[in-house]
Structure formats: C-alpha cells, structure tokens
Write a protein that binds this ligand. Structure first.
Ligand code: GLA
Ligand code: ZN
Length: 693
C-alpha cells in the first residue's frame, strides 16, 4: 500500500514542530522547505496538549492552518497520531496511567512518554484523539502517511504496575494454558519457586537476588507484545477510518524493548531513527547495521530514514557534531542500503525545552549564515537527481541471524560470562562489510533458503524448530558460520544436555565438554593449521571434541592446548563452521573469507576508510563508493565500464573521492566486486573528532 510515487521522488524532510513557533515563522518555514527540496514533514508528534487542551475539548484550527500551508507549498505530511506524550491533564487525572519502574517508583509528569500501555482510560483517550485526527485529516490532500505514536519503548519499555502484572498473567495464560505448563517452562522446582495460583505470578520486580530467568525472558517478550498491542489499538482506528493511508511507526533499530521483527509485519513501511555517534570510530557501520536491519524486517522492502541529526544531538555526555560532509555521507550509506527517504529530527532547532541544543535543518543562527543549512539544501537538490534509487534492490548473499529472544536471553544475569550481543554482532557484521558483502539480517523462523552463507554470531537461544530449519538449510547445501556459546538453550532457556550445543552437535560435527572463560586481561592464542595465521583471543575458550569436524585452528595454551578452536564440518550438501572462542575482528574476517569463498561468494578487502556496496537498479547495477574519511582518497581497482551516476562521466580503474566523498557508478548488467585499494590519502592531518583518529 505504500507507494513512493505518491511522494514525487525520494522522500526528503524532517520532524516539524510548528507549535513551538509563532505564525510568522511558519511562513518562513514553508518557504525554506521549498528551497531545501523538502517534500515530507512529520507533523504533530508531540501535539496532544495543543490539540486537546482539556479532556474532550479539541482545537484543530492551528493544525488545519499548518496542513493547508504545507500543502500550498507542495510539502506532504506524515501526520502523527499525537499520542507520544500524554498531556499533564491526563496524567494528573489518572495517576495510575503513569508507568512504574522495577523498584516500584511511579514516574512523574514533566517529560514525555509518560504512559502505562495497559491503562484503559489512557488507551481510550488516545484512541479517541486518533479517531478525531483521522476523521479530520484522512482526506486532506497533504496527507501521505500515518506516523503512529513515536519511538515506542525509547524511554519506557517496561511498566511494572499492577495493571501490567494483570496483563502479563493474561499473556502467560495464553502462552501456557495451565499453571502446570508455566511451572515446567519456568523451571520453578528451583529455589522453591513453584506457583500454586495465577495470582502469585508477578513481573520480575526488584527481588533479593537473581529473578527466575524464564520469568524475565517471558517478561521481555510480554513487554514488547504489550506495547505492540497499544500500537495495534491506534492502527485499528486508522485502518477503519482511512483504510488507504499507509501506516508506520519509527523504530530505533536495535532497541532492546521492541522486537521489530514482530512489529514490522503490522506496518506498511518500516521507518528508522538513527543516531550513530559521530565521535565513534565508524559511524557509517553503526548506522549501516541498523539500515540493513530495517530492510530485512519486511523481506527486502525499502524503508524510510525517519530521523537523524544534521549535526550534534543533545543527549550524550559529549555531543560530537557531524563534520562537514558527514551527514551527506551517512545519507548515502542509507540510500545504498535501501532507504526511500532521508529525514531528520528536527526542522528547526528549538528555542526552549530539553532539546534546544539538538541540531536542526534550520539552526539557531538562521539559514543564511549556516553551513548546516547549505549542506541540507545542497543534498535536497542532489536527491532529486537520484530518483532511480527509489526502485533499487539491495541483493545480499549473506545474512546474519538476529532474534530479540536470543538477545534478551543472552544478556540475562548469571551466565558463564556477562556477554553483550550487539558488539559481537557488530564485529561479524563489520567483517562481512569489509569483505565487500551486502548483509541482510534474518530471523531464525524465516525462510533461510535464499542465502549462500548464514552467520550466527552468538545464537545462545535456539528453539528446536529453528535448529531444525538450520539443519535442513545446511543439508540442502547452505553454509553456516556459528560463533561460540550458540545453540545452548531452547525457547524456555533450558539447557540442552549431553554436550553443547545439543541441537547443533550433528550439524557442527562436534561436542563441547566445557567452557573456559578467561579472567580479565587473560588471553590465549589460536593458530590456523596450514597458513600459520594466529590471533590472540580473549574472554572465551572451549574444550571441543570433534566428531566428524575438521580442525582448522587450535588453542595455543592451557590444558586444552592443541585442542580445536575453529572447525569445519561437511553436513549433507553444505558446510558448518564453528568458532569456539572470541576471535578478534581480523580472525572473524579470515574465517568468513574461507567460508564465503568455499560457498562460491566472491569477496574483496575493503579498507576501513571506505564503504562499498552494490545495488540493483533497472538495467544494471550501481556501485556505491563512500569515502568515510575526511581526507581525499583515490581508489584503485574499480571495474571498467562504469558511468558516474552523478556527473555522467565514464569512469573505471582509479576513482578519486573527496573527503567524505561519494561516487555512484552505474554498470549495465552485473558488476564484479572491485579489488578496492586506496592508494593515496591526502596529507591533511585528521583533526579532533576525526572518526578514524
Ligand atoms: C528521538 C525522538 C525525537 C527526538 C530525538 C532527539 O529520535 O523521536 O523526538 O527526541 O530523538 O535525538
Ligand atoms: Zn503498567
């Protein structure tokens, strides 16, 4: 139902909060929007208190005026349901609509996202507001998209109040049917936790020590589902009143509280808010990982970058800005990964409130004298020339498995070592990107058949059905690369016995007897047979017994010295690699290169100062070359036969990129991965804030 053609080109715009400004400013805004090529704004996200100043008393006059004004200037609207921040009258009238923390503290009025998803009167007030908005603007010519609420779970992803406890019990009844089944799933024979009545079952509130892990895991599942139910309650109204207007809600990507795979099924188009830290070493990879996740949520469907900063945010301890050119570069990173739209938070930097030092398209200094404005305006013009990207596909032969259930379970307390999933996923993701791959993320229950290689960085939780489909995938000729501490527990967080990883022993051709967690600062080494390549490893080693698997690398020290660290096993028509330790990035990359090569997937070695990707467009392919470094670079090994999509020149061989420069090279037909090599980087010394300093 989402159709980019209704937007008149790729989407460009921002959150627009006119209620913070007098009318004269609105007129300047629409003039400047035109100048910048803005064709969509997200409107009304935090407008509840303005739209319904007192319960049941609506004031739409100002919004009517803004909608008409935008339309008159050719700007479309992504209209919010305005429910993201309930007004003080609501939170005051219904004190129990305010969420409660795990410690039993009820949160106070004066910020935003102050709602308990289970609170009926809050939901009823919200639904009524949504109905009013949908009725009033459902046929407005500027309306293109509904923006439901805002960043669900951003601040409050769990509410531990009595109403939520009741909803949790209902959710558990639906999941388990009987208390017997719940007791068995939660393993309540441990520590005398057996439940005799449903009323005894509670959220995992602050307890004397470790709460029951399955209770915690089910609580995370429930909390995501409970928010999803709230989302659904708004969407139901929109579908009823405006069945033809597409619906989205803006995700935060890898946000722990929202299982985006489950949510995305209930949107027409996926949208993302991305705030990579420009002060971090590789913001394009941090952002790129979320971009790839967004494209993966609905099977490759294109998505919208709904929010990002033009410069600095306000909410880090140190808010490093985006240096000149970096915003454009990250925009291209999004376009290369399937974005249909490039939007920002927010149009005009606020004068008051907690976000007054957050950058905007129009900065405090005003547009005329602003570097940010010039960049924003220039990019708007550039985007108009890139319309063909709107139909591009991002073909990936490799996928990284990702599942919120696993994320939650892995990071519960009392594990052999406190592991964090995202850094591990990022390490494998970065290595794949360095090998020149487009990367999808795939849910374990999805169809795996389309990929040549699947990577499971740390799939600690693996349900029996998912293990079965992995097995079928490898048997049928697929390649899996499995990282340590994978396939350990089932969906109830119960350990598979008889040698780890119980459900994958046959596929991997080995069993693990015990884990050897390394102390802080302790290392071991692994050495690859044949090549002699070696790596120091930290954190995690294992005592592995091959049962059919071939040993590729062994540990160098300790009582398991000479024992397998990395293995490969032929299973059916496919292959399964296992990495029983925490290899550094280069080690991960080398294992992946072997696996990809053996699976017939070409690789290259992309320098860390470049981002390389390929998209499929009508009549050929585009090679996206992005210089993620603020110095000039010349790239060698670019396949011949290309036309520069921006300038129209013929190129090939060597291509020069300005600092943070971008080249889009069009090839008729297929394009080989370039044997990329950066030969020359200008001598400008990296300054403070240089991402690669
Ligand atoms: C989120 C929110 C916005 C704003 C920005 C600031 O993305 O959706 O309302 O608070 O963060 O970075
Ligand atoms: Zn609650």
């Amino acid at each position: 139902m989402f159709d980019l053609r209704k937007f008149g080109g790729l989407i460009y715009g921002a959150d627009y909060n006119p209620e913070q400004w007098p009318r004269e400013v609105w007129r300047e805004d629409v003039r400047l929007m035109r100048e910048a090529g803005v064709n969509l704004v997200s409107l009304g996200i935090f407008s509840w208190a303005q739209l319904e100043p007192r319960a049941g008393e609506y004031d739409f006059a100002w919004l009517d005026e803004v909608m008409d004004l935008l339309h008159a200037h050719g700007v479309n609207v992504n209209l919010a349901t305005a429910t993201a921040s309930p007004p003080p009258w609501l939170s005051t009238r219904y004190p129990d609509s305010r969420p409660v923390t795990a410690d039993g503290v009820r949160l106070e009025v004066g910020a935003r996202q102050l709602y308990c998803p289970s609170h009926r009167p809050f939901r009823d007030h919200a639904a009524r507001l949504v109905r009013e908005i949908a009725r009033r603007y459902g046929t407005h010519p500027a309306l293109r998209l509904w923006h439901v609420n805002n960043e669900y779970g951003c601040h409050i992803d769990q509410c531990f109040c009595g109403l939520c406890a009741e909803a949790f019990r209902e959710w558990l009844r639906a999941r388990y049917g009987t208390l017997e089944a719940l007791n068995s799933a939660w393993g309540t024979a441990f520590w005398s936790q057996r439940y005799g009545e449903w009323a005894e079952v509670q959220p995992p509130r602050r307890a004397p020590t470790f709460a029951n892990p399955t209770q915690q895991l089910d609580w995370r599942r429930f909390s995501s589902d409970n928010l999803l139910d709230l989302y659904r309650s708004e969407v139901a109204v929109l579908r009823e009143v405006t069945p033809d207007v597409p619906v989205t809600t803006n995700f935060l990507g890898f946000l722990p509280g929202v299982d985006a795979f489950r949510w995305a099924r209930e949107e027409d188009v996926v949208s993302l808010d991305a705030y990579p830290d420009p002060g971090g070493p590789h913001p394009h990879l941090d952002a790129g990982m979320s971009f790839d996740l967004m494209r993966s949520l609905r099977g490759g469907q294109r998505w919208i970058l709904m929010e990002q900063a033009t410069g600095a945010v306000n909410w880090r301890e140190r808010n490093v800005l985006k240096r000149p050119g970096l915003t454009r570069l990250l925009n291209h990173e999004a376009l290369a990964r399937g974005a249909d739209g490039i939007m920002f938070f927010q149009w005009r930097a606020s004068k008051a409130g907690a976000e007054k030092f957050h950058s905007g398209l129009v900065q405090h200094v005003g547009p005329e004298r602003s570097r940010v404005w010039r960049e924003v305006r220039d990019f708007g013009a550039e985007l108009r020339g890139l319309a063909e990207l709107g139909g591009a596909r991002v073909p990936a032969r490799v996928a990284v498995m990702f599942d919120w259930n696993n994320w939650w379970a892995l990071e519960l307390d009392s594990k052999p070592a406190a592991l964090k999933l995202l850094p591990l996923v990022r390490k494998w993701y970065a290595a794949l990107r360095q090998l020149g791959q487009n990367v999808d993320f795939v849910h374990p229950d999805a169809d795996l058949g389309g990929y040549d290689v699947l990577v499971l960085p740390n799939q600690y939780l693996l349900a029996a059905g998912a293990a079965q489909s992995l097995r079928a995938y490898v048997r049928g000729g697929g390649t899996v690369v499995v990282g340590f501490f994978s396939g350990i527990v089932d969906e109830h967080e119960h350990v598979g016995l008889g040698g780890y990883p119980a459900l994958l022993r046959d596929v991997l051709g080995l069993w693990v007897e015990e884990w050897a967690v390394l102390g802080h600062g302790e290392t071991n080494g692994v050495c690859f047979a044949g090549t002699g390549e070696r790596h120091d490893v930290e954190n995690w080693c294992e005592v592995i017994h091959p049962q059919g698997a071939e040993v590729l690398a062994t540990f160098e020290r300790d009582f398991y010295r000479g024992g397998p660290a990395v293995t490969r096993h032929a299973f059916g028509a496919g292959r399964a690699y296992y990495v029983g330790t925490d290899l550094p990035g280069e080690g991960v990359r080398d294992v992946l290169r072997r696996a990809l090569t053996a699976a017939g997937v070409p690789t290259t070695l992309v320098p860390s100062t470049l981002s390389v990707s390929v998209s499929a467009v009508e009549g050929g392919h585009l090679l996206h070359l992005l210089n993620v470094h603020p110095t000039q670079a010349t790239v060698l090994g670019v396949p011949a036969g290309a036309v520069d999509a921006l300038s129209g020149e013929d190129v090939g061989g060597a291509v020069t990129l300005e600092p943070y420069g971008v080249r889009l090279l069009r090839y008729a037909g297929e394009v080989d991965l370039p044997a990329v090599e950066v030969v020359e980087v200008s001598a400008t010394p990296p300054g403070p804030g240089d991402p690669l300093r």
